[in-house]
Design a protein around this ligand. Sequence first.
Ligand code: PHE
Length: 370
Amino acid sequence: MVVNCDAEVQSAKCIEQSAKKNAMHHARSNSEERMKQELEKVEQEALEALKAVSDLAEGKALKTQYLGRKGAVTAFLRKISSLPPEKRAETGRLANEVKKRLEEAFEKTLQAFESDQGETAGDALDVTLTGRPIARGRLHPITQITQAICEIFQRLGFEIVEGPDVELDYYNFEALNIPRDHPARDMQDTFYVSDNIVLRTHTSPIQVRVMEKQSPPVRIIAPGKAYRVDSDISHTPMFHQVEGLMVQEDISLGDLKGILTTFVHQIFDEETSLRFRPSFFPFTEPSAEVDIRCVICRGKGCRVCSHTGWLEVLGAGMVHPAVFEMVGYDTDRYTGFAFGMGVERIAMLKFGIEDIRKFYENDLRFLEQF
Ligand code: PHE
């Protein structure tokens, strides 16, 4: 409202109007002042509250409370329209400044929480995730089969014995009726450590070591490594055997057949038939090579059995009297049988493996299948 007062003519009306104007001005300044104070108060409050915020959600809620559509600052900005036009600009400017400052403060705080949350989420332990399984080791297939063989014989009353891999020529050959320069030595191509010491070519020396110490009855099996200069699809320079020996009064070839038949039926199955073929070993007489019906083709003939339908799995025989004499056993009173089998051969048949070298290549993809 504009009051036009002539300085010369101070009409009553004019005075009255002027007084009114003053009063109004006073009232307006007052309300303007109050609004400024209110604005300051809102800003202070908001900043205090923001300081106390402890997470992102709380911060967002607070932001809405002040800067949202129905927030305190927004409401304040609306109120400015009730101010007289000449004051609106000033108060509006102040209010917008406060709004801008608060927006910046909130942004800063919320951003800090957001990046914090990002970090915690990255490092956090997610208890709902399935755990990483601990890789468990397992027994080598040869160890598994050795154990299976030993268990069968243990149930039949055989005791497990072991002997040295590095063996005296005497135990490996001489005491087994294979004298030096005897042609039978050619059957086993030997790793010599020295003139008198060899890597044992079979587990048979353990028989002699046991009999030297123990008088009959003897019923043992001896699992272990053997070494021969040999390497191809069915031979490795190191391989495994299980030796068996049973000595007491009245042991016959029938006992040998019975024990080995029981063994074959248990390690393969009851349907697997056996065949005893006459053979020669210097330390047994008579000697036999034992074949089983091919477990792959059931005797029809396949690659594994070279189309014969039979697979050789062990050597056996009645202990030669010359061996008993070497250890001082009474050959009139005692008889016994012995056998030796290749563990790899049995493992290959049981697991259907065609190349013996796979056992020793340490390829986990192969080994983890057993
Ligand atoms: N030691 C013989 C071999 O390795 C196997 C065998 C053991 C034969 C006992 C007869 C008796 O070929």
